[in-house]
Write a protein that binds this ligand. Sequence first.
Ligand code: C2E
Ligand code: MG
Ligand code: MG
Ligand code: MG
Length: 287
Amino acid sequence: EIKQSTRNGFCLFNREMNLRVRNSLRIDASLRLALERNELRVVFQPIVDANSRRVMKAEALLRWHNPELGHIPPDRFIPLAEETGQIVAIGAWVLEESCRQLLILQAQRGDGLPLMMSVNVSARQLSEPDFAASVAQTAERFGVPPHQLELELTERILVDDNPVVHDNIRALDALGVSLSLDDFGTGYSSLSYLTRFPLDTVKLDRSFVQDIDSNPQSLQLATAVIAMCSSLGLALVAEGVENGAQAELLHSRGCGYLQGYHFGRPVAPEELARVPGFVSESALNVA
Ligand code: C2E
Ligand code: MG
Ligand code: MG
Ligand code: MG
């Protein structure tokens, strides 16, 4: 009986694996051409100051539309691109595109309030010995001050003790680039990462935000994370803020930055400049 169910389980697993491998191969082959065929683009999501409600940062998020495969979400193709190493070239392109757009966006602010550009980076990129140098080079080539760049890392990157990763992180920090820990609370959640690495910002994962307005325990948890980050001198961004009640609660508990559909979805750069709080009040009055 046990044998039977095991065998069935195994067969099912096999078929599904097969399908997934074949799908992955198709995506992989198409992704190889995506860059040169201009199928990739970067959209930008606002991150607002909880107090002033000004847009302080924009997170660059990759989008891929293939004529045959349609829209493929980043959660599908980025893991593949990491496995094949294509993420190194793609990631370099995302950084260039983000720097290019940052200059255009910054010029539209009205006041000189610096906009930070947050770019997600994968483990594979940080494992390249020349990664920090290439970031420095890109920033210089586009005339972007390194302190207006923020790189979002996940705990998965920090967990394996790769000396190359550590060297890159140190070099980026020395360069003045900000570092943030993405999806906080979902990974290994070893709190020691918060002090062992030169992080500036922690991003509280959406799963810890989504029911703070309905579940008192979730609110307690978020409140504790806010207090911990504040005492460690780390800025905190709450991800996935979808309504005004969540925004108010997080603000009242001392969370500094808010990101989510309530403030704006990821949009084309031209649209980001129209998000409330992007352009200064006074510049709007003049116009
Ligand atoms: P992430 O870095 O945690 O990005 C946040 C994700 O949450 C984005 O999904 C964003 O569209 C979504 N999001 C933002 N606000 C809300 C909200 O209020 N509600 C809900 N339900 N979702 C919200 P997206 O764009 O599909 O990206 C998924 C993941 O793919 C990212 O998670 C990031 O890990 C990865 N990714 C995206 N672009 C890049 C990239 O250029 N390089 C790398 N290495 N990874 C990337
Ligand atoms: Mg991110
Ligand atoms: Mg930081
Ligand atoms: Mg995240």
